[in-house]
Design a protein around this ligand. Sequence first.
Ligand code: NAP
Length: 310
Amino acid sequence: MPVPGVHEVLIKVAAAGVNRPDVIQRYGKYPPPPGASDIPGLEVSGHIAGRGPGVVQWADGDAVCALLTGGGYAEYCVAPQSQCLRPPDGLSLIAAAGIPETFFTVWTNVFERGRLKRGESILIHGGTSGIGTTAIQLARTYSARVFATAGSDAKCAACLALGAEQAFNYRTTDWVKAVRDATIGQGVDMVLDMVGGDYVARNLEALAIEGRLVQIAFLKSSRVEIDLMQVMRRRLAITGSTLRPRTPEEKGAIARQLVEHVWPLIENGAVKPVIHATFPLERAADAHRVMEESRHIGKLILTTAHASAT
Ligand SMILES: NC(=O)c1ccc[n+]([C@@H]2O[C@H](COP(=O)([O-])OP(=O)(O)OC[C@H]3O[C@@H](n4cnc5c(N)ncnc54)[C@H](OP(=O)(O)O)[C@@H]3O)[C@@H](O)[C@H]2O)c1
């Protein structure tokens, strides 16, 4: 049984989200930061079952969803109080478990770092990933023109259903040309990329003047060769961030933004977490197989006995 430290709560877990970083951690390529649990799991939902010293925000029995630095694939886990949020009204605890990791990531990268503004255009790679399905929907609520890429025609259709204006199968389509054609040769204001490798130079080509490339992962390589002349000539910006090593205070600040700006969108139905499938916790390996084979659209969720009891 984990013991909550100062400003931490103990959560009785109902459900835990599965994220690509968990798979990469299993490969040994994404070690937990110092002090974090080595059990995978970056997000959960459940009920507060205990409180460490200094916890003022939460009471025993409160329902929460929470962003973790690890330890979510479990019946109990601990989280800093600042990283817990009340689940949006009307959402099941199972759906709420799939919110924190992707919504924190999309909010901070698309709206804070990428500064997406109303009416701008954005290209989202991995459009049917947990991150992609969240980014498409949130960008649409900003009336952005949304373009997405995905690895099959069926996945492209799912991107359109979520609100993308056009979606390009990257196996069959030159998405740089497609994006430039769709924007009358101008390119998009922002690219959200998790692929890296040869995508980086192509992303720069797909950007409009003053465009921003936001890098959140490198499914291919992080070592690339690009022509920085383009960055200078077209006044581009390249940025990115990782979420896991940020402090509880920084994550708490993102949590407050989400509750203020995004929770109402979930509660009025404008944004819905996309759940591909749920698995009992003891079948976590099956969920990882689905993710490794990229068979999913949206999120994979693990459930505990506590989920059925609530
Ligand atoms: N920086 C951060 O703070 C942060 C936080 C969370 C997650 N992430 C990263 O964000 C990414 C998405 O995470 P997730 O949990 O949403 O995972 P996910 O659902 O498994 O998404 C990965 C997506 O990438 C696509 N993909 C895989 N290989 C590709 C390739 N070679 N070219 C183009 N697309 C490819 C996959 O679908 P198709 O190929 O079938 O289209 C899939 O949609 C992960 O790389 C993760 O590490 C970053």
